[in-house]
Design a protein around this ligand. Structure first.
Ligand code: SAM
Length: 230
């Protein structure tokens, strides 16, 4: 079997990840050795007796800022463990996280994900110890943990062996620059709403054409920007 893909997450709240990483497909990927997620508590790298990881911002203003010393020590430790993995900061100021980003990250030699908290991290850490910055959308979260989970969940889907049916990853929304076609399951008629006849026809070519047409129509209606990119 291929080696497991290693992701190290630096966080002030490792317990945040307990349930999401043990549930469903992610839990199975970890259990089966396709994926290894190591949670590192940044606080373990603080050297003072209160294990302080934040401080007031220079210049004044609201909130606290993550101190450089523990975070850089945690990043150095991560570099030693995963020397070729990019150090990625989750931040609303980063490049937008898209399917193509996810596919490319799955090709890396592992990932080091840094979760910010409070008003974010000291700018000097960002400039000198971070390789890449990723945002999961134009809104502000309380911490980078939710964003790191989005990255883990999405990247994991591209790792060899994780999805049983490899087709399901190539046919999904965004994989061909379009949204996916509508899906139906049994029963054939539900409260007066029927499954389109063509899906019951058993004619594979017609079904494929119908699906392609629906995918295009749906993309045109909901996300015309995806078609403009081509
Ligand atoms: N003051 C920062 C700013 O305005 O850019 C926002 C800090 S936010 C309250 C705390 C942390 O949540 C950030 O350091 C980052 O790690 C994470 N975060 C918030 N929104 C995010 C997003 N859209 N994508 C990725 N991470 C995000």
């Amino acid at each position: 079997m291929s080696q497991s893909f290693k992701i190290r997450i630096l966080t002030l709240f490792p317990e945040f990840f307990d349930s999401p990483l043990s549930t469903s497909l992610t839990g199975k990927a970890i259990e089966r050795g396709h994926l290894e997620v190591e949670l590192v508590d940044i606080r373990d790298f603080a050297t003072d007796k209160h294990r302080k990881c934040d401080d007031i911002p220079y210049g004044g203003g609201a909130g606290m800022v993550m101190k450089p010393e523990p975070l850089v020590a945690a990043l150095e430790d991560a570099r030693e463990a995963l020397p070729d993995a990019p150090r990625i900061l989750l931040t609303p100021q980063g490049e937008p996280f898209e399917q193509a980003t996810s596919v490319s990250l799955a090709d890396e030699a592992g990932l080091i994900l840094v979760c910010g908290r409070y008003e974010g991290i000291d700018e000097r850490v960002r400039q000198n110890w971070i390789d890449r910055e990723i945002s999961i959308g134009d809104y502000v979260l309380t911490g980078g943990e939710v964003a790191a989970l989005v990255v883990v969940d999405s990247v994991m889907r591209h790792l060899p062996g994780v999805l049983g049916n490899q087709e399901s990853v190539t046919e999904e929304s965004f994989s061909e620059g379009m949204l996916e076609y509508p899906q139906y399951t049994r029963p054939r008629s539900f409260r007066g709403h029927d499954v389109p006849d063509i899906l019951l026809s058993g004619h594979h070519e017609n079904i494929e054409n119908w699906r392609r047409e629906k995918a295009l129509q749906r993309t045109r209606e909901r996300r015309p920007d995806l078609l403009d990119d081509e």
